[in-house]
Write a protein that binds this ligand. Structure first.
Ligand code: ADP
Ligand code: MG
Length: 204
């Protein structure tokens, strides 16, 4: 049972200290996520969603509690976690293929196998004809799909998605949120998504 747990969040608390005073962003958060689960947390803007994801990703040190990924405490950023943001952060001067490869380049893992995995993801998820295009030639929804493929390319064990669709218009959001839900399930991913938008949360 226990080895089925990918992520354990234990009594997490976070207080920001600034010149103006203190902001308590998180208090006593505990949550387990099991392999293959896609968990969505919904909450209003400012309730601490991005703070939570930054702590899980090891980018921010919590004031209290801890995060355990595959039985090891997360203390620094780890390549086992893929992080997808509201904005796609694609590089405009790189083709879609080269954007999708960037995580592998950074991790120095651009093997033939890895390259063909990226090609297959692009083919499978509707970007086969756009591999040599630049981001500005794609719709918002396609850009977000390319961003997801870039995140999947390094085969992270666990995915974090921070309001990944909220920069898109309503129609696109409905379509792409459904598509991304399908992709995550098809690839058998374990994921935690946060959003302020109930409609966005219904994607699974
Ligand atoms: P959400 O992602 O749900 O909108 P955030 O995690 O970004 O919420 O922020 C939670 C609270 O913490 C907010 O009140 C925000 O103003 C505060 N906060 C976020 N980041 C910082 C920071 N770097 N320094 C001080 N306060 C912050
Ligand atoms: Mg946020």
């Amino acid at each position: 049972m226990n080895n089925n747990k990918v992520l354990e969040i234990k009594n997490l608390g976070m207080t920001y200290h600034t010149l103006d005073g203190e902001t308590k962003a998180l208090e006593n958060i505990s949550l387990d996520i099991h392999r293959g689960e896609i968990v969505v947390l919904v909450g209003p803007s400012g309730c601490g969603k991005s703070t939570l994801l930054s702590i899980i990703a090891g980018l921010l040190k919590p004031s209290n509690g801890k995060v355990i990924l595959n039985n090891r405490e997360v203390k620094n950023p780890t390549k086992d976690i893929g992080y997808m943001f509201q904005r796609d952060n694609l590089f405009e001067w790189r083709t879609i293929r080269n954007n999708a490869l960037i995580g592998l380049e950074i991790q120095d893992k651009v093997t033939e196998d890895a390259k063909s995995f990226v090609e297959s993801l692009l083919d499978m998820y509707g970007l086969d004809e756009f591999k040599d295009h630049y981001p500005s030639q794609l719709s918002g929804g396609m850009r977000q799909r390319a961003a997801l493929i870039r995140t999947l390319a390094t085969k992270p064990d666990f995915l974090l998605l921070d309001e990944p669709f909220s920069a898109l218009d309503y129609q696109t959001r409905l379509v792409i949120s459904d598509e991304i839900g399908q992709i995550l399930k098809k690839e058998g991913k374990t994921a935690l998504m946060v959003t302020h938008d109930i409609a966005e949360a219904m994607f699974t």
